[in-house]
Design a binder for this molecule. Structure first.
Ligand code: ASP
Ligand code: MG
Length: 440
């Protein structure tokens, strides 16, 4: 068995669905289990519809039209989609009357996207003569906690999934299972979601629990690239990365995989392959536990924009125990997540997402230290073998120096697979280009 995951843009319209159906059929002999996201931007459109409903308007035109038009173009009848759309309208009407939307209702609401896309694909494949069967995630045992919008799968999922999918693996059941990504149900039977982009995690969970030969996540590019190819024309595909590197890549801005999606396969060592749906023959990027050959010095360069730098300085910190603990406690209190951090004896510099509301935090911190927050920064991360970090940084910084780009903070993650540094956002793209040219 293999697991094949296709994201929203891969199933965005009839043409793309035809293309994906072809790819699935090509892999028929490998006994694929398929995981799908919602079509195109459906998740975003559902969230927009929710906001409109809170303000009193029920409108799902975009979502309805996309699904009806697609079914028509594919020449399939999918009454199940019509039923779901009716249920969705009822839900939105309820929201529009209550004029409020809990996280729990929001999860219920966005779940319709994935539920419709699997019904569409299963109907289409079946029409093509490749029998397929759709599953809502909970029908194969995807149980999560009740942390709506960012639910965690429970451990029992490891035992549940094989119960439902073993007969596909041993060939007793012949259809191709088409399973919703992103969603689950909690112990009370309430629908939850695993966080935006969570279909990757659904796929790796299923693949790992099934001991699949390979988990394939299909994209529109040749796997993981050395950097964003829109920014750097010479960006090259990376043949192999480790789970750890893939996770760092995801955290630091490469839109390849959900950062949490590496968790299940790290437990089992199930290989993940990032494949290009426009170039099926290409090997893509293989994600594994350990590099099979020599560890590459530099793997990739990523950037995260919209970062705010917070500098905290206090002479009270000198030799004092517990000062950092106090600082971090304030971040906990205001629920603000720190991304990159560097400290010295009397100061701490750290970065947070610019979207976070910092007013309360800064006020609290201001009581014990001198605090300065500066927005419009970007984090540039070099995923590399950090045991060569001096040589790598020397090359990178020499190049940046020649371009007059000033680096404001450096941090080497404990995972030893990345070095991050901060620059002005206006210089972020240029920095990536310069560093890429210097290191590749
Ligand atoms: N459809 C969901 C989203 O857009 C999940 C996913 O695509 O993985 O976030
Ligand atoms: Mg999506």
């Amino acid at each position: 068995m293999i697991v094949m995951k296709f994201g929203g843009s891969s199933v965005a319209n009839a043409e793309r669905i035809r293309h994906v159906a072809e790819i699935i059929q090509t892999y028929k002999d490998e006994l694929p289990a398929v995981v799908l996201s919602a079509m195109g931007d459906t998740t975003d459109h559902l969230l927009e519809a929710a906001d409109m409903a809170v303000n009193g308007t029920v409108d799902i035109e975009k979502v309805e039209k996309l699904h009806f038009d697609t079914a028509k173009e594919l020449e399939i009848e999918v009454p199940a989609i019509k039923e779901l759309l009716d249920e969705l309208k009822t839900l939105l009407t309820g929201i529009s009357m209550l004029k409020e939307l809990s996280k729990r209702s929001r999860d219920y609401l966005v779940s319709f996207g994935e539920r419709m896309s699997v019904r569409m694909m299963a109907a289409y494949l079946t029409k093509l003569g490749t029998p397929a069967k759709f599953y809502d995630a909970w029908d194969i045992g995807m149980v999560s906690d009740s942390n709506y919008m960012a639910a965690e799968l429970l451990d029992e999922v490891w035992d549940n999934i094989p119960k439902y999918l073993n007969d596909y693996k041993n060939g007793k059941q012949k259809e191709i299972p088409i399973i919703t990504g992103f969603i689950a149900k909690d112990k009370h039977g309430t629908i939850t979601t695993l966080g935006r982009g969570g279909s990757d995690l659904s796929a790796t969970m299923i693949g790992s629990a099934m001991g699949a030969k390979e988990i394939q996540t299909w994209k529109d590019v040749d796997g993981i690239m050395t950097t964003d190819p829109r920014l750097v024309k010479d960006a090259k595909p990376v043949p192999e990365v480790t789970y750890e590197e893939a996770q760092e890549l995801a955290i630091f801005g490469a839109q390849v995989l959900h950062p949490r999606s590496m968790i299940p396969c790290r437990k089992t060592g199930t290989p993940v392959r990032v494949k290009n749906s426009y170039n099926i023959k290409s090997e893509g990027t293989l994600i594994v536990e350990k590099h099979t050959g020599t560890v590459p010095a530099v793997t990739a360069i990523t950037k995260v924009k919209n970062v705010t730098l917070i500098d905290i300085q206090s002479s009270r910190m000198l030799g004092a125990a517990g000062f950092l603990a106090h600082i971090f406690n304030q971040f906990l209190k205001w629920n603000i997540s720190i991304d990159v951090i560097a400290t010295s004896e009397v100061s701490v510099s750290l970065t947070v997402n610019t979207k976070a509301d910092l007013s309360g935090l800064l006020e609290d911190l201001g009581r014990v230290a001198e605090v300065k927050a500066t927005g419009d920064k970007a984090i540039i991360t070099v995923i590399c073998d950090a045991s060569h970090s001096s040589a790598i940084l020397a090359k990178a910084f020499d190049a940046l120096n020649k371009e007059g780009i000033n680096v404001q903070m450096i941090s080497q993650g404990a995972s030893k697979v990345n070095v991050s540094f901060l620059v002005d956002m206006a210089e972020a793209d240029k920095t990536v280009q310069v560093v890429h040219a210097a290191l590749f």
